[in-house]
Every structure is written in structure tokens, then in C-alpha cells.
Design a protein around this ligand. Structure first.
Ligand SMILES: *Cc1c(COP(=O)(O)O)cnc(C)c1O
Length: 380
């Protein structure tokens, strides 16, 4: 018999979510508004420290609205981390703006402040002052926000902080999602907490968060009839999904602990092997370790590559994925400018994400490590 599949990052739900969804049914608030929406927004603000939160239908929708609020229009330039999920960059294209991709640095695997500065200088020389900077906290690891924010302030460019993977991460105790001018979160099915699909836009500016709610609910002007002076979007989160999110959020700290425990187990496991390294965590930084990711240096593993490992895991019905493929290497963004070296390209070549769910069992971890042992021992 084939053993059951071990997923990369499956949903992990409990009885609190079920009770809250029942409450949404009983109250008949089956709409993209209601008491659970209001409560989820307040609870997210409390957890992140951002003064105001609007919950939305996805993280991508949140980035789209953030860019509209910051005035991004056709032909504008937006500086975006290259090593990320396409949901970070697609909204730039929705607006007819040009994404300018910034390479990663090797410490955090996130936006390289030096390449960012070079891109800003280049843009200013072309008389194309960038409309926004979008750094990402990949796999939960905080980007170099101090340096990135300093550059943003120096040149007066707003920052949209893509914290889709980093709820529960922090720098010097400050939660990710609350550092940029606007922060965004995702509650997609694979994220550290999920509403099946969902997202949030966070800011200390109440006018921006109110604008997100307004634009996200079809931009309806006040009044008894349906009157519109702006193009709107249907981007609000439903009361039922907000109920799920509230139940999930209650368990955030135990989820972070479980994901960090996964990481520590993998790291201990790989300490027996040459040529396998993990995403480093700098001083004062705390990653939620959403996914445990490794780099495989085939010159030191005796020829084992990340693909050798991925295929061996796949053959044993275990889900593992390469890191995000950089946006500047994606066919759809082939014509977009990019800045920096080949760090993100190399990370993509060597990087692999391992099963990292907050519900990963001891038995599942044993299965994953047995396969890894077999592949890595074979080449010694
Ligand atoms: C998941 C994710 C998004 C998009 O979120 P959705 O809710 O899936 O639209 C954006 N950026 C990053 C880095 C992500 O991982």
C-alpha cells in the first residue's frame, strides 16, 4: 500500500474555528461584512501593532489596492523583490505599471539594499521616480527592513511590506506587517494561518485603510442609491471566512512554535551532512519559519542536487518544492528591468522547501528523514 501524502504546508484547523463558523451561521451574517469581519480586523491590528486593518479576499488583492492607494498608474515604476511568489508582482502589471526587479542578498535571501539603492538612482536619472518599493519576508524570514526603510525615506518612496508569509515574525520585537507604510498579509490555504483564501491590508494611516475598504467593496459612494465616482473591486472577505481566521489567529503563537520546532529538527538532522545549509536567522530577528528551506551544494554533497532530493521525496509521496523562481527569470516578465547580481538565481537553483506544516507529525518527519538519509547516504 502506498503511504499517504505528506504535504508542504497543509491547513491545520481545530474546534475553535468550527464553533466560530457555527456562530456566523446562527447569526445569519453570511456576507462580506459582519461582526467576525470587524473582530478579525481588530484582532489582527492587536497582533501586528498596525493601527488599522482591512481584511480582503486575498493577499494579491491587498497588494493591488495598496498600489492604487499609493497612486500607481500606467507607465509608473514599482521596485519589487525578484525572489517571490507571482502574487507580489502581478498587481503591478494589473495597473499597467512596470515592475523593476531587485535581487536578493545572501543573509536573509530578501531584497538587497545595495541593489535597491542602485535601482532608485537609475530610476531618478531617467526621471522615473519609483512609486513604491515592495520587499518580501520570504518563508517568514524578515527582510533587511532597517536599511530598506532608510533608503525609502531618503528618496521619499512609500514601502508596501509583503508579509504574506511572515505573520508572527519580527525584528527587534516589532511584528512583520507593521513596518512598511502599508503591510499586506495572506490567509491562503498554505500560509501559517488560513481562511481557505483571504488577505489583509494594514497601515497606521486610517484614511488608507478606509480607502481599501471603500475600493474593495465596489467603491460605492454614500447615499441610498448605488452611486459611483471611482472604479471599485469586489475584494472583501466574508464573515464566515473571517470567523475561521479568528479561530486560527488564536493559535498563532503555537503555530510559530511548531514551525520553529520543525526547522530545528531539520537543522539537527542536516548537521550530519556536508553541503546542506538552512536559511540563516540574524541577531534580533525572529522568523516564524513558515517553511523550512535548504540549499543543496552539489559540490559538497557528492553530487546530490536539490532535484535529486526533490525527486526522491516525490517518489515516496512527499511534497517538496524548489524555492520561488525569481520574477526576472519568468517568461511573463522577461522585458522588465532588473538590478543586482545572480543571488536569487542561485538560490533558486540550489533551494528546496521541505514539508513544514504546523501539524507535521513525528511519524511524517521520520518518513521524510528516512528518504533524506537514503539519498544523502548513497552518495557518501
Ligand atoms: C501567498 C503570497 C502572496 C499572495 O497571497 P494570496 O492570498 O495567495 O493572493 C503574495 N506574496 C507572497 C510572498 C506570498 O507568499
Amino acid at each position: 500500500m502506498r503511504s499517504s501524502r505528506i504535504w508542504l504546508s497543509p491547513p491545520d484547523l481545530g474546534s475553535a474555528e468550527e464553533a466560530l463558523v457555527h456562530d456566523a451561521f446562527r447569526s445569519n451574517w453570511i456576507a462580506p461584512l459582519g461582526p467576525h469581519v470587524d473582530a478579525f480586523e481588530a484582532e489582527l491590528s492587536a497582533v501586528t501593532g498596525a493601527a488599522h486593518t482591512a481584511v480582503l479576499s486575498s493577499g494579491t488583492a491587498a497588494i493591488h489596492l495598496a498600489l492604487i492607494i499609493l497612486g500607481v498608474e500606467r507607465g509608473d515604476w514599482v521596485l519589487c523583490q525578484s525572489l517571490t511568489f507571482s502574487g507580489t508582482a502581478n498587481p503591478i502589471a494589473y495597473l499597467g505599471a512596470t515592475p523593476v526587479f531587485i535581487d536578493s542578498e545572501t543573509d536573509t535571501w530578501n531584497m538587497d539594499p545595495d541593489a535597491l539603492r542602485e535601482a532608485v538612482r537609475h530610476a531618478l536619472k531617467q526621471n522615473k521616480k519609483p512609486k513604491a518599493i515592495i520587499p518580501v519576508h520570504l518563508y517568514g524570514m524578515p527582510a533587511r527592513m532597517t536599511e530598506i526603510l532608510a533608503i525609502a525615506r531618503e528618496f521619499e518612496i512609500p514601502v508596501v511590506e509583503d508579509a504574506a508569509e511572515a505573520l508572527g515574525s519580527s525584528i527587534d520585537g516589532q511584528p512583520c506587517g507593521s513596518m512598511g507604510d502599508i503591510g499586506i498579509l495572506s490567509f491562503n490555504g498554505n500560509k501559517i494561518i488560513t481562511t481557505s483564501g483571504g488577505g489583509a491590508l494594514l497601515s497606521n494611516r486610517v484614511d488608507w485603510v478606509e480607502e481599501a475598504r471603500f475600493l474593495g467593496s465596489q467603491a460605492r459612494d454614500p447615499g441610498p442609491h448605488y452611486q459611483h465616482s471611482h472604479i471599485g473591486y469586489n475584494y472583501r472577505l466574508s464573515n464566515i471566512l473571517a470567523a475561521i481566521g479568528r479561530g486560527q489567529l488564536q493559535t498563532l503563537s503555537t503555530r510559530v512554535a511548531a514551525r520553529r520546532a520543525n526547522f530545528n529538527r531539520y537543522r539537527a538532522f542536516f548537521s550530519d551532512y556536508e553541503g546542506i545549509s538552512t536559511q540563516p536567522e540574524g541577531p534580533a530577528v525572529r522568523s516564524n519559519r513558515w517553511l523550512t528551506t535548504i540549499l543543496v551544494d552539489s559540490e559538497k554533497t557528492g553530487g546530490v542536487t536539490r532535484e535529486t532530493i526533490r525527486l526522491a521525496l516525490a517518489a515516496d509521496n512527499i511534497d517538496a518544492r524548489p524555492l520561488w523562481k525569481p520574477m526576472h527569470e519568468q517568461p511573463v516578465f522577461a522585458s522588465a528591468p532588473s538590478f543586482g547580481g545572480d543571488v536569487s538565481a542561485r538560490l533558486f537553483q540550489q533551494g528546496l522547501c521541505l514539508p513544514s506544516g504546523s501539524n507535521l507529525s513525528d511519524e511524517e518527519f521520520s518518513r521524510v528523514s528516512a528518504t533524506l538519509n537514503r539519498v544523502l547516504d548513497a552518495s557518501r
